[in-house]
Write a protein of this length. Structure first.
Length: 615
């Protein structure tokens, strides 16, 4: 089973621009007739000064060719704002480089594509996948990028128990972590204990695939007798130097804690546009930290920032619309998973545990919610209601399953509660537990400007059918810490993983003990036969060829939607903002957490400035 970049020749020679936006083109040999015009003037000056080799010596033999909507211009700085820097997460995402990559901006519209790897091939039984790397690729400091850097990252960072990095669970199959074999300088092979046809997609979800052995190796006791693991672990953070050598589009130039990151272009970046121009177009990216989400929104409206799809949202739409006529920006929409309510099936309170494990209670909980009201009040009618089912952006979507128990019906909710034995025994308007004791369901929700008011609406709606919800509103860090224990009843957060469920199975099923966090006893004591069947289907799917895996995942989705394993409000078109000066920005994208939030979806290495910020 082969996937090599040459396959795209069957599609008119290259991947092209689609209605969904920009996609990675097929690799084709380039022979530009005038290399001087194919790189940023910033780099050309360095070549003329003897500080860099010519462009043709900096690119690999087969650079990745990106079919862009509009050939851009080089130079300038793109500036974005963030509400907090999250250490290395944001700059790492902007310059992310993985072996494979999804089709963006809408992954459901295309296949997994070559990226750092130019192609791959599975063996006959799906237990091995071999990747071909781009010969002649280099790190941003000019040192060769080879299979040794991937093996070093895998064996000496991820698998070394003394290093504070852990191997990604998405590359474990059959209960065992993948083995990595170097074939030669430009070929590697992952081996799995069982067939794992999901491997090429799994690798597209990683943040890193390689670290520079020639840099980090000097800090590692295995290669430097004077080095210590304590010092190594202290120096692994992106902003302490590792980010200054990268295979991404930009590398770290400056970090000011609490203020900003500044990234500068990688002179050895291995992607070009269809005319052979070396990407990225922007010379620099500056990421400035501001006080909160509102400050990010205001910064984009005023022109201080160029774009945002991570911090702004529906709560800022009226601001964007009211100011748009007099400002130089546009509004796009991203398909985003919205608010979910997770039940704790192993909560310590036995009475609450019995109630939460009753499917009729969960069904009643869902149909008691008036999603149309929530849509009108909180989402400006941008919400599409959905039950606990796979996303419309996935290949597993089922319209009937997505519509299960989402229509508001108070009478049906009361009937279901009666069937569950949850009745108002004392006539005070609130229902008691089946044993006659008082029933209060505590809902943990972070201090969120959208989810707190929505949860308050749900509390009032549930009270109309006799269910007493009590809100526990705390800082996000405290709420996330609480969900690791057994004391919480219901946890409010985003619904992740319904687009590519196999990319983060631990969110759904017991990949190991203690998972998923909402059913920590699932591995040894699944709370219902239906959950056990659903788990078996999902756990078996990665070992199946695509058609069979798809059938198993869809069946699991039918089970979880019918049994309402959680309550979901729905998907919504989340507004994002982008300066008019930015070229090659999509009007719509899908924000899929497993592929790195929104940063790769914007493909900033393809974006350019139509005019300089100073003009």
């Amino acid at each position: 089973m082969r996937y090599l970049s040459a396959f795209a020749a069957t599609l008119a020679g290259a991947y092209c621009l689609t209605a969904g936006g920009l996609v990675l083109a097929a690799d084709t040999p380039l022979a530009p007739d005038d290399w001087a015009h194919k790189e940023s003037p910033m780099l050309r000056e360095m070549v003329d000064a003897g500080q860099l080799p010519p462009l043709e010596e900096r690119l690999p033999a087969n650079p990745a060719v990106v079919q862009v909507e509009e050939i851009g211009t080089f130079g300038d700085t793109m500036v974005n704002g963030v509400a907090f820097l999250r250490n290395e997460y944001i700059p790492n995402q902007i310059a992310k480089a993985t072996l494979t990559t999804p089709t963006f901006p809408l992954p459901s519209e295309g296949p997994i594509l070559p990226n750092v790897a130019s192609g791959w091939e599975y063996n006959e039984d799906g237990t091995e996948i071999t990747f071909t790397l781009r010969e002649g690729m280099k790190w941003s400091d000019g040192e060769p990028f080879t299979a040794d850097d991937i093996v070093f990252f895998w064996e000496d960072i991820l698998l070394d128990e003394n290093v504070t990095r852990t191997p990604p669970l998405v590359l474990a199959a059959g209960g065992e972590m993948a083995e990595l074999e170097k074939i030669d300088d430009y070929a590697i092979r992952f081996k799995f204990a069982v067939p794992y046809y999901f491997a090429n997609t799994a690798l597209a979800t990683l943040d890193d695939i390689a670290w520079p052995k020639h840099i980090v190796g000097e800090m590692h006791p295995k290669y430097n007798s004077e080095a210590t693991y304590e010092e190594l672990n202290e120096n692994l953070l992106y902003f302490l130097g590792r980010g200054k050598v990268s295979i991404g589009a930009w590398v770290l130039e400056e970090y000011v804690p609490g203020e900003k990151f500044v990234l500068v272009r990688n002179p050895y970046y291995w992607k070009v546009d269809q005319d052979g121009n070396q990407l990225p177009y922007f010379d620099r990216v500056e990421i400035r930290e501001v006080e909160d989400r509102q400050s990010v929104a205001l910064g984009n409206v005023s022109g201080e920032f160029d774009s945002d799809g991570m911090w702004v949202g529906v709560q800022h739409l009226q601001l964007f619309l009211s100011e748009k006529e007099n400002r130089q920006y546009d509004i796009g929409y991203s398909s985003v998973a919205g608010m979910a309510m997770y039940f704790n099936y192993d909560v310590e309170d036995e009475t609450v545990r019995e109630v939460l494990r009753d499917a009729n209670f969960r069904r009643a909980f869902s149909v008691a919610i008036n999603r149309d009201d929530i849509n009108f009040v909180s989402f400006n009618d941008l919400l599409t209601t959905r039950g606990w089912a796979w996303s419309p952006l996935s290949q597993y979507y089922d319209e009937e399953a997505a519509g299960s128990y989402v229509e508001h019906d108070e009478d049906r909710a009361r009937e279901l509660l009666d069937e569950a034995g949850i009745v108002d025994a004392d006539g005070d308007g609130m229902r008691e537990a089946p044993d006659g004791s008082e029933l209060q369901i505590i809902v943990d929700v972070s201090q969120h400007d959208l989810y707190v008011p929505i949860t308050e609406m749900i509390r009032e709606q549930l009270a109309d059918v006799g269910i007493d919800l009590v809100l526990n509103v705390q800082h996000q860090d405290l709420i996330e810490e609480r969900r690791l224990g057994r004391d919480w009843h219901v946890h409010v957060w985003d619904l992740y993983g319904t687009e590519v469920p196999l990319a983060n199975l631990s969110l759904w099923v017991p990949v190991s003990d203690g998972q998923p966090y909402w059913h920590q006893e699932a591995a040894s004591a699944p709370f219902s036969p239906e959950f056990a069947e659903y788990s078996d289907l999902l756990l078996s799917a990665p070992a199946l060829p695509n058609v069979e895996a798809k059938a198993a995942i869809k069946q699991a989705g039918d089970i979880m939607s019918e049994n309402v394993f959680g309550v979901y409000i729905g998907d919504y078109e989340r507004p994002f903002i982008k300066s008019d000066r930015l070229g090659n920005m999509p009007d719509r994208y899908a924000r899929i957490q497993e592929f790195g939030s929104n940063m790769p979806a914007f493909r900033y290495d393809q974006v350019f400035g139509r005019w300089d910020r100073e003009n």
